[in-house]
Write a new protein. Structure first.
Length: 405
């Protein structure tokens, strides 16, 4: 058996265990045996260590029989255990019938909202990585700058009644203003911090990006203060039909993502970006202004982050000087999940992470008896990153790989 095939033994066996649990749960629900099934789950929980030992022993025996190293048995048992625990928790949560179908739809809806914001921020990470092969860890602060600066414009519009009378034009103005501010911050960041280090070893721009992140974070604290600033509420209605801010966020994010894809695929500037991402030196020899392309990339990524900042503030209605740190990490996670350097991958990764973060605690953890599972949503998100990197290191759609002659 090849090494590539061996990598899928653990997840395959784990998926079999997951399928068995789901089938048992479905049979129990159909035939009215939920109490029996919950009793079985309770026994499995009470004797979890015994089940875990059996899983590891079985994995060891099977992989030893296949002629593999004993360590593969331990790792395989770990993979099976993770998938089995996920299946166990999901089946127990669904069998308990604590949440109705409308509750699960609400979880998915909230996840799509959060994931849309992650996707917009993740696009900035993946665009810069695609061009420069570097991770711009200051991108979360670019997101913060647009949102916090646009707060003052939103406050003025609300005080004069413009936001209440003309909500749609006001939101468009806020998004454009935040996008402009974040674009300027991103371009200055590239010009001052990254361009002089463009040919330096890759570790140096990474450390510089972390330093720039803290510099921007505490610059915003000095300019805007350390307190929380609450965005004004927006009551949006079209033809008399009320529209929730969450629906507006999803719609705006989809429009911005489609606009970016169209720009990259259909315009000359987008073609130049793809050429520089493919081979920077060859693109320069063909007459493409590489510096201009890089500045354009940072500008687009910054504009998307600024727009995401306003959309975030419309949903959560508050901003602060370190608000971009966690969303920035989550967006980086989303970019890696989808395949760093892959634009559609960043979009899918963001939406996928948002849904997992919203649904996962109630679906996986609550069935395992974990108290207050929603407080562990960050653990769910980063655990998903670890699992994806273990079983598919290139991400869901795969990192864009440059083929050189």
């Amino acid at each position: 058996m090849s090494h590539g095939a061996r990598r899928f033994i653990a997840p395959a066996l784990g998926l079999i265990v997951l399928a068995v649990l789901i089938v048992l749960g479905a049979i129990a629900v159909v035939f009215g045996r939920e109490t029996w099934f919950q009793s079985v789950l309770g026994l499995a929980r009470d004797y979890g260590l015994v089940c875990l030992a059996l899983v590891y022993a079985g994995s060891y025996v099977v992989l030893k029989w296949l002629g593999r190293d004993p360590l593969d048995g331990v790792l395989g048992g770990g993979g099976i255990t993770v998938v089995a625990l996920v299946g166990f928790g999901a089946t127990a949560s669904l069998a308990s019938a604590r949440y109705s179908s409308s509750d699960w739809l609400d979880f998915v809806y909230a996840g799509l909202t959060q994931g849309s914001i992650y996707a917009l921020i993740a696009l900035g990470y993946t665009l810069v990585y695609g061009i420069l092969r570097m991770i711009n860890f200051a991108h979360g602060e670019v997101f913060t700058g647009g949102a916090m600066t646009a707060y003052f414009l939103a406050d003025v519009l609300a005080a004069r009644g413009v936001l209440a009378r003309y909500p749609i034009p006001s939101i468009v103005l806020l998004v454009l203003f935040a996008a402009l501010v974040s674009m300027v911050i991103a371009v200055l960041l590239e010009r001052i911090a990254y361009r002089p280090l463009r040919n330096a070893p890759r570790l140096i721009p990474l450390i510089t990006a972390i330093g720039a992140s803290f510099f921007l974070q505490y610059t915003f604290r000095g300019l805007y203060g350390s307190g929380i600033k609450a965005y004004p509420n927006v009551d949006l209605a079209v033809f008399g039909i009320a529209i929730a801010n969450e629906a507006l966020v999803i719609l705006c994010a989809l429009l911005l993502m489609l606009t970016l894809v169209s720009f990259v695929q259909l315009t000359k500037s987008g073609m130049a970006m793809r050429a520089v991402a493919e081979d920077r030196e060859a693109a320069a020899l063909m007459g493409i202004d590489v510096d201009r392309v890089i500045v354009t990339t940072f500008a687009i990524g910054g504009a998307l982050a600024g727009a995401a900042g306003v959309l975030y503030a419309l949903v959560f209605r508050q901003t602060q000087f370190y608000m971009g740190f966690i969303p920035g990490l989550k967006a980086f996670t989303a970019a890696v999940l989808g395949g760093i350097g892959n634009i559609p991958g960043a979009m899918i990764g963001g939406l996928f992470l948002g849904i997992i973060e919203s649904v996962g605690p109630f679906l996986f953890l609550e069935g395992l008896g974990v108290p207050s599972p929603n407080q562990l949503k960050d653990a769910i998100a980063f655990s998903m990153l670890v699992l994806v990197l273990i079983f598919r290191p290139t991400g869901i759609l795969g990192e864009r790989v440059v083929k050189r002659a």
